[in-house]
Design a protein around this ligand. Structure first.
Ligand SMILES: Cc1ncc(COP(=O)(O)O)c(C=O)c1O
Length: 359
């Protein structure tokens, strides 16, 4: 079977060494030395002023929304993973969906202003598959209307825009370090901001609001992470150059294999150093997407409808018309992409796709 994704497994001897040390330290969680080091390593990698490692990318979004005090309506994208929307609803705000640009797959800034009402407090946009949003247009709208901006940058490890990490845009960016992400720590996430006061608030919130053993500064949650995750994360980080290079090679191989088809690819924002985390392709119809997906499945190869469904159709949100996102959710497939996917696997996948398209 070829799955759509597989976690990257670093050298086990390095993990065992780290585990030995953790056992000697007798420190499993609560701001241990591995956790502190991992946080520092990530902060350095992104050249971030402030970065907090969290339990996962979902709690990172929830803490960001809570810390910014967002209520009312939050303008967001219908084409993202469910966590982008559920975090808004979980925090008691209402998602207002603005349709996407079908070329970039990101929220269309030209449609944002029409959706602003007196209740709007923020824009929560996803850099879809690691492709930067139109951050200039979004910043200009936010400034004009006094809105806050959160970027769900779950997919963005390694993406730079105009020479700097895409993590450093907006009021806050959130990252996922889940096992299926390009760079991961098993389960984890991070919150990045340039705002010292906001960072302080989120720092308290991540740890129950504790300000010392018997003192509480803020309402909080348990958004910490453990020594075990941090150790795994640090060891994975050491291999990042080869992880990025391999992913780029594999993407370019798919490009070659599929070059004579009518499959459409995501248009990547200019001035971007892209991370090639996913390989999404868009079919001309839902019918051809289904035919190819089934042909791959017959050979035990899993391609994923990602993202599906369009979030504006979730049962717990108000109705919004997002035809472009709906159409993309119907016609998109992410092809298998992971570190140990071989050239032969890709040749096979390419052959099956070409065969099914010609059928
Ligand atoms: C766009 C997006 N946002 C948020 C998340 C949630 O991240 P996590 O799984 O680390 O909670 C994901 C995870 O897949 C995602 O793809």
């Amino acid at each position: 079977m070829i799955p759509v994704t597989k976690p990257y497994f670093p050298d086990l001897t390095e993990i065992k060494k780290a585990l030995d040390e953790i056992w000697q330290n007798e420190w499993i969680t609560n701001n241990g030395p591995y956790f502190q080091r991992y946080e520092e390593e990530l902060r350095d990698f992104f050249s971030a002023e402030h970065l907090l490692v969290t339990t996962n990318g979902t709690i990172a979004l929830q803490i960001a929304i809570k810390a910014l005090g967002l209520t009312g309506e939050i303008i967001t994208t219908p084409f993202s993973y469910v966590a982008t929307s559920s975090a808004i609803v979980w925090e008691g705000a209402e998602p207002v969906y603005v349709d996407i640009d079908p070329e970039t797959f990101n929220i269309d800034p030209l449609k944002i202003e029409q959706a602003i009402t007196p209740k709007t407090t923020a824009i929560l946009a996803t850099h879809c598959f690691g492709n930067p949003c139109d951050v200039d247009a979004i910043a200009a709208i936010a400034q004009k209307h006094g809105l806050r901006v959160i970027y769900d940058a779950a997919h963005c490890f390694g993406t730079n825009f105009r020479g700097e990490s895409i993590m450093n845009f907006g009021d806050v960016s959130t990252l996922s370090l889940h096992a299926t992400k390009l760079i991961h720590c098993g389960e984890g996430g991070a919150i990045i901001t340039k705002d010292s006061e906001l960072n302080k608030k989120m720092w308290y919130m991540r740890n129950f609001g504790h300000d010392g053993p018997g003192r509480f500064q803020e309402v909080g949650v348990n958004g910490k992470n453990s020594e075990l995750h941090a150790a795994l994360g640090s060891v994975v980080l050491r291999d990042m150059k080869q992880i990025f290079a391999k992913r780029k090679d594999q993407s370019e191989r798919y490009d070659l294999l599929l070059q004579n088809t009518k499959l459409r690819k995501q248009r990547i924002h200019h001035s971007t150093d892209f991370n090639y985390a996913y390989y999404p392709v868009v079919f001309q119809s839902g019918e051809s997407r289904a035919r190819v997906q089934e042909a791959l499945k017959q050979q035990d190869i899993l391609a994923r409808r990602y993202f599906y469904p369009s979030l504006s159709s979730l049962p717990y949100v108000s109705d919004f018309d997002t035809p472009l996102s709906d159409a993309l959710a119907d016609t998109i497939l992410c092809l298998p992409l992971f570190h140990t996917l071989t050239d032969e696997d890709q040749q096979r996948i390419g052959g099956i796709i070409l065969g099914a398209l010609a059928a």
